[in-house]
Design a protein around this ligand. Structure first.
Ligand code: SAH
Ligand code: AVI
Length: 352
């Protein structure tokens, strides 16, 4: 039962367990099938971006982060390498909770800084990808004897009810994953994090800033074609898990900047007509030649607007760190108590 989760999590931390599964995480095939059916029934068609991250998708994302065109990861990593100690000096010792942690590679800078000044640091990575979480906790155990990892395999929303028991803490949300939410989802996300985070706790947010369109578009159209494989894997997953028979060669990866919506849009364009049949629902969806399906958005930010928005949700900027080119920002925010935020009942993950 969902309400048991905070108690179950407390026990897991006490016993030193490395991984806990949040309720409803082992999604039935039906949940994926329904999500795909919802997006393919709409006009224009879309798909929920969180299903990009099965085991293959998580590995492909890691490969994307190593591409020369994909500047966000190396820019943010350099900021963390330079400023993790400064961040720790502001926050003091904290439990570190990371939402959408993936392989936790960049987080090692923070773990190094926080474990330098405390006998033991508790690190709680949260991710829908259990393979990424397992790899991460193995790597951290090898590098940091004084860090306890108790991960949560689940969605961001499923982990928020445990935050109250982890204070004093710093919640971390890196990679500009916030950009994968649309405006309404972003508002719901701020509200939910603020609603569960006690006053005086910190929130470290990585945000990709608006820049030259060519630089942004190149990051999502790498020459080695890894991002195209990431897009393709969504449809391979539909074939694998839902018994469909999509011709993967019919798909072209398209990633372009939308100046109106100030976001990258990642789409799959079909060259040939296809029928996507979903066995468990016994439903078929027709795709016309030239039709595009929106898989993901990646919004880019303007710092003053972002800081103002965060303040309205009870987060005060303690410091902002940016690189020399002003491409990426790390915002260190403190949850202030003069704004009372009630959490929204649910976080959705609709890309549109
Ligand atoms: N923080 C890492 C990984 C970013 S990729 C970095 O900065 O490089 C986004 C991560 O969020 C993936 O590991 C994916 O599995 C996870 N994710 C996506 N949607 C999620 C959701 N709704 N709840 C929890 N994790 C999610
Ligand atoms: C995880 N997220 C922040 C990445 C991004 O840049 O929006 C996902 C991604 N999709 C394609 N390339 C990277």
């Amino acid at each position: 039962m969902a309400s048991d989760f905070p108690a179950r999590f407390r026990e897991a931390v006490g016993s030193g367990a490395t991984l806990v599964e949040a309720p409803g995480t082992r999604e039935s095939e039906l949940a994926f099938a329904r999500s795909v059916a919802a997006g393919l029934s709409d006009d224009p068609k879309w798909l929920h971006c969180r299903f990009l991250y099965d085991a293959e998708g998580s590995q492909l994302f890691e490969e994307i982060t190593q591409q020369p065109e994909y500047y966000p990861t190396r820019t943010e990593a350099a900021l963390l390498a330079e400023y993790s100690v400064a961040i720790r000096e502001i926050t003091g010792p904290r439990t570190l909770v990371e939402l959408g942690s993936g392989y936790s590679v960049k987080t090692e800078h923070l773990l190094a800084a926080y474990s330098e000044s405390a006998e033991r640091v508790l690190y709680v990575p949260v991710d829908v990808s259990d393979t990424a979480l397992r790899e991460a906790s193995k790597a951290i155990a090898e590098s940091f004897a004084d860090v306890q990892v108790t991960g949560i395999n689940g969605t961001y929303g499923s982990a928020l009810p445990v935050l109250r028991q982890l204070s004093p803490q710093m919640v971390i949300f890196l990679g500009s994953t916030i950009g994968n939410f649309n405006e309404a989802e972003t508002t719901a996300f701020w509200r939910n994090v603020a609603g569960h985070l006690p006053a005086g706790d910190f929130f470290l947010l990585g945000a990709d800033l608006e820049k030259d369109v060519q630089v942004m578009e190149a990051a999502y159209n790498d020459a080695a074609g890894v991002t195209a494989r990431f897009t393709n894997n969504y449809f391979a997953r539909i074939n694998r898990e839902l018994g469909a028979n999509i011709d993967l060669d019919a798909i072209e990866h398209v990633a372009a900047w939308s100046p109106e919506r100030r976001r990258m849009e990642i789409l799959a364009r079909f060259h040939m007509a296809q029928t996507i049949y979903i066995e468990s629902l016994d439903q078929a969806f027709a795709i016309s030649p030239g039709e595009e399906i929106l898989l993901e958005i990646s919004r880019k930010f303007r710092l003053p607007d972002l800081e103002e928005e965060l303040f309205a949700f009870g987060f005060d900027v303690r410091r902002t760190f940016t690189d020399q080119k002003g491409w990426f920002a790390l915002l260190l925010l403190e949850r202030i108590d003069d704004v009372v935020i009630r959490p929204s009942p649910q976080l959705s993950h609709n890309v549109r």
